[in-house]
Design a protein around this ligand. Structure first.
Ligand code: NAD
Ligand code: G3P
Length: 331
């Protein structure tokens, strides 16, 4: 039995804590919110973020990072990307130097636009790093529906160690060594899910959806390889796998945001209605910034950014994409 502290009790942190506890691990579950922790302790269920899933006895909700990390043999961070850097700084005093950090957050650092492994190193010092990503809706994982994810790390030994914590018959964790590609895939697919939501909401058909997914994949590959990722990583679970899942199923909050924008809802109203983190909103900003810096052509992501942050209408964004001149598919 390991003791693996899960940092972040939203839908994903809670689902991963349930998974770890079902695998027999002691699982402190940290939230910054005392009211949420009191409710988790009282109800033994996360009624806000993961309703209907009883918390196994091995889960110990807490607001204390010291308590969560006391004696921990592992840490898994699953807070939204906008809180990631601050939460990592807060954990640093309680992290032994030889404890690697695993995270399941999908996104870039809000302030700097950097990938999250750089934030972990900056905030907690040199150590082993690992990221869990891939097509995985929290509710389905918690229900025990078969799921496969990618676990990429700074060393294959650490990837295998982290994979062993979460791996089960119903949750297959495939190890990988491309820490950059796996992060880029998980983060940027959220922007493309907003794009496909918009297209479906505007009444475009299956051809359009397939085109957006495929040309979106080309954008992911351009972005990832410019940042040092390997092209083939994007053909795996953390690339194409998560892109297809998020672009095609209404469980995706990013896709639902796109659908709402196409209906004419404001982003503020749509986000309030969804009531959970929609990572693609701030990721669109980071992607726009990186694409400019590296001169990467990302027309779909650029139009999502324009809709979310520059007041462009979904209709105008669509026109801008369709008016682009023809080009080689190989570019
Ligand atoms: N939900 C999923 O199906 C899923 C699956 C894979 C990856 N992810 C990723 O996991 C990450 C977490 O998303 P989620 O779905 O659990 O979000 P969520 O919307 O379900 O929960 C948000 C969480 O953020 C917490 N929070 C709010 N303010 C905070 C603060 N100041 N400091 C720390 N925490 C704060 C809330 O208490 C809550 O626990 C995201 O990067 C998301 O992309 C989610
Ligand atoms: O609901 P979304 O759009 O944040 O997607 C959740 C997961 O990232 C799917 O793998």
């Amino acid at each position: 039995m390991q003791r693996i502290a899960v940092i972040g009790a939203g839908s994903w942190g809670t689902a991963l804590a349930v998974l770890l506890a079902r695998n027999g691990h002691q699982t402190p579950l940290w939230s910054h919110d005392p009211e949420q922790v009191a409710a988790l302790q009282r109800d033994r269920e996360n009624k806000t973020f993961l309703p209907g899933i009883p918390l196994p006895d091995l889960i110990e909700p807490t607001t204390s990072l010291a308590q969560a990390l006391d004696g921990a043999t592992g840490i898994l961070v699953a807070v939204p990307s906008q809180f990631f850097a601050d939460v990592l700084s807060a954990t640093a005093p309680f992290l032994p130097a030889d404890l690697g950090v695993l995270w399941a957050t999908k996104g870039f650092d809000l302030a700097s636009g950097r990938l999250l492994h750089e934030v972990v190193l900056e905030r907690t010092g040199q150590r082993e790093l690992a990221v869990l990503s891939g097509p995985s809706f929290a509710a389905e994982v918690a229900q025990g529906l078969p799921t496969a994810v990618t676990l990429a790390a700074s060393s294959m030994a650490f990837a295998e160690q982290c994979a062993a914590w979460v791996h089960s018959e119903r949750f297959r964790a495939y190890t990988h060594d491309d820490l950059i590609g796996v992060q880029v895939g998980g983060a940027a697919k959220n922007v493309l899910a907003i794009a496909t939501g918009i297209a479906d909401g505007l009444g475009f058909g299956a051809n359009t959806r397939a085109a957006l997914i495929t040309r979106g994949l080309a954008e992911l590959i351009r972005l990832g390889t410019a940042l040092g990722a390997r092209r083939e990583t994007f053909m795996g679970l953390a690339g194409l796998g998560d892109l297809v899942l998020t672009c095609t199923d209404n469980q995706s909050r990013n896709r639902r945001l796109g659908l709402a924008l196409a209906r004419g809802d404001s982003a503020t109203a749509a986000l309030a209605e969804i009531g959970q983190e929609v990572e693609g909103v701030i990721t669109a900003q980071a992607v726009q910034r990186i694409a400019r810096e590296h001169q990467i052509e990302m027309p779909i992501c650029e139009q999502v950014y324009a809709v979310l942050h520059q007041g462009q209408t979904p209709e105008a964004a669509t026109r801008r994409l369709l008016e682009r001149s023809g080009r080689s598919e190989l570019d």
